[in-house]
Design a protein around this ligand. Sequence first.
Ligand code: SF4
Length: 79
Amino acid sequence: MADYRVEMDRGMCISCGNCIETCPDIWEFADDGISSIKDADTQGDLQVKVLDDLGCSVDAAERCPVLCIHVFDGEQELA
Ligand code: SF4
């Protein structure tokens, strides 16, 4: 059974916008000008969100120039 989640370290984000352009269903710019996962659990700079399906999350992770987005299926890192 799929156990997808996406994680992001906002402290590394350079606000290039690639994730938002690639996957606006999941990412948006927050009021502080840094990309943010919509409706994520947030602890400090770390955001985590469980996904029902991968959608465009892997594409977004692969387009992040600073590699601060990671997508998992359980313990397996997909991107
Ligand atoms: S692609 Fe990466 S660096 Fe660019 S806005 Fe998204 S999280 Fe930030």
